[in-house]
Design a protein around this ligand. Sequence first.
Ligand code: SF4
Length: 333
Amino acid sequence: MLQFDLDSALKEIKRRKAKNVALQVPEGLKARLPEIIATIEDNADAKAFAFVQPCFGACDVKDMEAKALGADMLLHFGHSQFVEGHAIETIYVPVECKADGKAISLLAGRLAAELKKKGSKRIALCATIQFKKHLAMLEQELNGKGFEAFVGKGKGVERGQVVGCNYSSVKGVEGKVEAVAFVGDGLFHPLGLGFAVKRPVFVLDPVQKEVKEILQQRDLFLRKRIAMIEKVKQAKSIGIWVSTKRGQQRMPLAERLRKGFERQGKKVFVFVSDFVKPDYVAGVDVEAIVCTDCPRIAFDDSSLFKQPIVNQVEAMIALGEKKLGEYAFDELA
Ligand code: SF4
């Protein structure tokens, strides 16, 4: 169950006398858009409109577009600030999963058993922003069981927070710990952690109430990515995709990659769009795609493309600029 505090956002709207409020919400909150808009319009002297294209991170903040549409404030739900400087007043509204104390106790007990098997005492804890409260509970539980839990403060993120392209909160305390525990769902973030740090990574899923180590998935994932990188090396023509999203624009990097691939005798084309969709280049004959946008796209959307698709770190490996041992989810954002 997702929770957010609309009262605080309303106070900000009134305090700043905003009259036209733009909204960005994650997919999980879309169904509640009518309720959010009605609450704002009924309780403040303001109108509201919502951007409805998917928004997966605060790298995709639409302050400039909102301003162009006449908004004087943007409410961005579910992500913490990622880019500096905004075209209009921008408020980041936290969205959290309701913390389930019983589930965390259960998970802490299971994790403790796993750590004992490995003889590990000191552990780094992290979570996505939605599981912030669970993280605080887990820290208490583990310390109460005689472990030493470390929750690091990273660069541009909250204490213990990780995002797909930023694991700095864990990397900062890596030297003090023997293992890492991630609280959240899905495999994307823990896999990224598995490459960012050289410690065993455990996933604590409060929804499935499971604790698992990701070593096997990490190795399988890497094997698939190596195969993809090899295909890009063989390609004679490459499309390099650049995003127009504020936190994902990397034209200088695309230019650098273009020169590298051209030196290898490949034909290179640069494509620009907000979203990355195979349809956009359906008629363009390129044998491989390098996506400089969010690093997740090359993994999650690869089945949608007829060509092999890699992200920028993988492109650097294909070019010989990085070694396979340096494989990491993109941390250039
Ligand atoms: S670039 Fe991707 S991984 Fe990074 S914050 Fe944006 S959506 Fe998340």
